[in-house]
Design a protein around this ligand. Structure first.
Ligand code: E4P
Length: 217
């Protein structure tokens, strides 16, 4: 499973990239607004840090303006992935951009039927939002299982990018289902390391090593 980080905060991206565990980055207009920074400048900086796909979302909702915005975003770096909404215009833009050689992430996917459309439109990634479905009493992970099953029935190349991830169980369940990618908020990615027995075991080993009076180097 590939790990993307879902943030526009450069400090977080730098530290997670240094861990060697990061395969890409996703941003959205809300994350850019939260960063308080200029969109194109932030995307350029992220692309310089992470060589994998970096999602930059269009702001317009009509085909012509999405294409015009993609034309500005694509030259920022080779790894820019144009993020478009799962709407008729968004999927039209997805097809046009994919045919022109761009990577495209189709976002705001909430149903298997929508995911089927995204794959048919040639999306590089489809982003089903598990947390937002859970929030309204639906089973977000069931959507991931349905999409993975549907995609296995056909030679689609679209990767399932699990989005709106809220906790480690989302990540583990998505990996068990076989989703290709999960995009994680930095705290969720860091929380994957945690286990009380690891912390306790390490504290014991460190204490016992001190008792030996030895040094390895
Ligand atoms: C990622 O591409 C999505 O925009 C993001 O995961 C949405 O997460 P949220 O539901 O926590 O805002």
């Amino acid at each position: 499973m590939k790990f993307f980080v879902d943030t526009a905060e450069i400090a977080d991206i730098k530290s997670l990239a240094a861990s060697g565990l990061l395969d890409g980055v996703t941003t959205n207009p809300s994350l850019i607004a939260k960063s308080g920074r200029q969109f194109k400048e932030v995307i350029k900086e992220i692309c310089d840090i992470v060589p994998g796909p970096v999602s930059a979302e269009v702001a317009s909702t009509d085909f012509e303006n999405m294409m015009a915005e993609a034309k500005v975003l694509r030259p920022i770096a080779k790894n820019v992935t144009i993020k478009v909404p799962l709407t008729p215009d968004g999927l039209r833009a997805c097809r046009a951009l994919t045919d022109d050689g761009a990577m495209v992430n189709v976002t705001l996917c909430f149903s298997p039927a929508q995911a089927l459309l995204a794959a048919k439109a040639g999306a590089t990634f489809v982003s089903p939002f598990v947390g937002r479905l859970d929030d309204i009493g639906y089973d977000g992970m069931k959507l991931i299982a349905d999409i993975v099953q549907i995609y296995k029935n056909y030679p689609f190349k679209t990767e399932v990018l699990v989005a709106s991830v809220r906790h480690p169980i989302h990540v583990v369940e998505a990996a068990k289902i076989g989703a290709h990618v999960a995009t994680l908020p930095p705290p969720v990615l860091r929380s994957l390391f945690n286990h009380p027995l690891t912390e306790k075991g390490l504290a014991n080993f460190v204490a016992d090593w001190k008792k030996t009076g030895q040094s390895i180097i």
